[in-house]
Design a protein around this ligand. Structure first.
Ligand SMILES: Cc1ncc(COP(=O)(O)O)c(C=O)c1O
Ligand SMILES: Nc1c(O)cccc1C(=O)C[C@H](N)C(=O)O
Length: 403
C-alpha cells in the first residue's frame, strides 16, 4: 500500500479543467467536470464544422472516423491495442452488444454469472436479453466475494463490473478472467468505474470483451458515448446483435443484406453523436502526458488521506470501502444513517459527493483536478456538518434529487 505522506498527490493538469469557484468536486466518479479545451473546440465544431461545412463535415472533418479515432484514445488508458475499441451509444447498449455476442460464442451453455455489486442496468440488460432469447438462459447473481467459486463449467459468460459503484470494491481482473477461461466461459468486464480511474491491462487479462462509459473519469460530459472492446483475435467471431448500417462492412453500398465490418467497426450501430463525440475527443486531450500509474499513485494517496482524516474526525461515519487500497477503485464510501441529509448539507457548502441508498456517502478521488488541499478542506467541512448536526434541517431531508 502506498504511503500517503510520501506519494505525489498532485498531477500538473488541474488547470486543464474548469471547476466552479468555491467547489470541491468529489463526484468525478459519476460525472467528470468540464475540460477547458472542450469549450472553444465545441464552438469550432458547431460554427465551422456544422455551420460552414454542413454535410461535408463527414469527410472534411472526418466525423465518420471519430468512433475509432476516439476509441484509440481510450484504448491507451485501458491497456488495449489500437483498433480494438470503438465508441458509440450508451453503456447499457454496449453491455447488450457484448453479452449477446458472448452468448453466441457459447451456444451449449445457459448461465450468465454476475454479482450483486454490479450496476443494476447491466443486470437489467441481461434479464431483458435472456427473456428475449427465450432459450432457457439463467442470470445467476452472487455476492462479489463468491464470484471466483461460482465460475463452474456451467457458465457461458462471466459479466462483472470491475469496481463496485457503491463501495468502490475492486475485483481482481486477472484472477477472475483466468478462472473464467479455465472453465471455458467468455469474460466481459464493465470498466465504467475503472477507465481513467485505475490502471487496466485488458490485453494482458485476455478477456474477450470490455465495455465502459466516458462521462465519469474520462470527463466526456453528460451523455458522452460509451465504448466496447473486443480481443483482437476474436473480432471476426463477434456477431453484432444490433446490426445497424454503421457496423456494415460497406455502409454506403446500401446493400439490402447485412454483412458485418471485418474489424471493430462492426460494433458501431447508427449515426455517431458528433457534437458529444467531439467534446469527448477534446476531453481526452486532458490525458496528454499522463500515465495511469501516476494517476493511481496519486489517487491512492488522496483516498488514504481522506480515510485517515475522516476516521479521526468523524467517528460516526463507517468505512464501507475496502481498507486495503489494492482492493479499491478510485472512490471511498462511508455509511452514515443520515447520509442523504449530510450529503445535501455538504453540497450546500461546496463539497460535492453523492449518495446511494440506503446510507452510502460516496466520494470520488480524481487526481487530475483534486489535490491534497482539497481533501483536507473537504474533511474540515464534513467534520463541521457532522459535529454540528448541520444536516438536521428539513430542506436536507426532502428527497427529490435523482443523482
Ligand atoms: C457499471 C455501469 N453500467 C451501466 C451504467 C449505465 O450506463 P448508461 O446510462 O450510459 O447506459 C452505469 C452508469 O450509469 C454503470 O456505472
Ligand atoms: N449515468 C448517470 C446519469 O445519466 C444520471 C445520473 C447518474 C448517472 C450515473 O452515472 C450513475 C453512476 N453509474 C453510479 O455509479 O451510480
Amino acid at each position: 500500500m502506498s504511503d500517503p505522506v510520501t506519494q505525489p498527490v498532485t498531477l500538473p493538469v488541474k488547470d486543464r479543467f474548469h471547476l466552479p469557484e468555491g467547489v470541491i468536486y468529489l463526484d468525478g466518479n459519476s460525472l467528470g467536470p468540464l475540460p477547458r479545451a472542450v469549450v472553444p473546440h465545441l464552438d469550432k465544431v458547431v460554427q465551422e464544422e456544422w455551420g460552414q461545412h454542413l454535410i461535408k463535415g463527414w469527410n472534411v472533418d472526418d466525423w465518420m472516423g471519430q468512433p475509432v479515432r476516439v476509441g484509440n484514445q481510450v484504448a491507451r488508458l485501458i491497456g488495449a491495442p489500437e483498433g480494438s475499441v470503438v465508441m458509440g451509444d450508451t453503456l447499457s447498449l454496449k453491455v447488450y452488444q457484448a453479452l449477446s455476442a458472448a452468448l453466441l460464442m457459447r451456444p451449449d451453455r445457459r448461465v450468465v454469472l454476475s454479482d450483486n455489486g454490479n450496476f443494476p442496468s447491466d443486470l437489467y440488460i441481461a434479464q431483458g436479453l435472456i427473456r428475449h432469447l427465450d432459450r432457457g438462459h439463467e442470470l445467476r447473481v452472487v455476492d462479489p466475494e463468491a464470484v471466483l467459486d461460482a465460475i463452474t463449467d456451467e457458465i457461458a459468460v462471466v459479466m462483472i463490473t470491475q469496481v463496485d459503484y457503491r463501495t468502490g470494491r475492486m475485483h481482481d481482473m486477472q484472477a477472475i478472467t483466468r478462472k473464467a477461461h479455465e472453465k471455458g466461459a467468455v469474460m466481459i468486464w464493465d470498466l465504467a468505474h475503472s477507465a481513467g480511474a485505475v490502471p487496466v491491462d485488458l490485453a494482458g487479462s485476455g478477456c474477450e470483451f470490455a465495455v465502459g462509459c466516458t462521462y465519469k473519469y474520462l470527463n466526456g460530459g453528460p451523455g458522452a458515448p460509451a465504448f466496447i472492446y473486443i480481443r483482437s483475435d476474436l473480432v471476426g467471431q463477434a456477431q453484432p446483435a444490433l446490426s445497424g448500417w454503421m457496423g456494415h462492412d460497406a455502409p454506403f453500398a446500401f446493400d439490402l443484406d447485412y454483412r458485418p465490418a471485418v474489424d471493430i467497426e462492426r460494433m458501431r450501430v447508427g449515426t455517431p453523436p458528433v457534437i458529444q463525440m467531439s467534446a469527448l475527443e477534446t476531453a481526452m486531450r486532458a490525458w496528454d502526458g499522463i500515465e495511469m500509474s501516476a494517476v493511481r499513485d496519486a489517487s491512492v494517496a488522496l483516498s488514504e488521506t481522506f480515510i485517515q482524516e475522516v476516521e479521526a474526525r468523524c467517528p460516526a461515519l463507517r468505512l464501507i470501502s475496502p481498507r486495503n487500497a489494492d482492493e479499491r477503485g478510485s472512490q471511498v464510501s462511508f455509511a452514515f444513517e443520515q447520509g442523504y441529509a449530510a450529503m445535501q448539507a455538504l453540497i450546500a457548502r461546496g463539497v460535492i459527493g453523492d449518495f446511494r441508498a440506503p446510507d452510502v456517502m460516496r466520494f470520488g478521488f480524481t487526481p487530475l483536478y483534486i489535490d491534497r488541499d482539497d481533501v483536507i478542506a473537504a474533511v474540515d467541512i464534513l467534520a463541521d456538518v457532522i459535529d454540528n448536526r448541520l444536516w438536521d434541517r428539513p430542506e436536507y431531508h426532502a428527497k427529490g434529487r435523482v443523482t
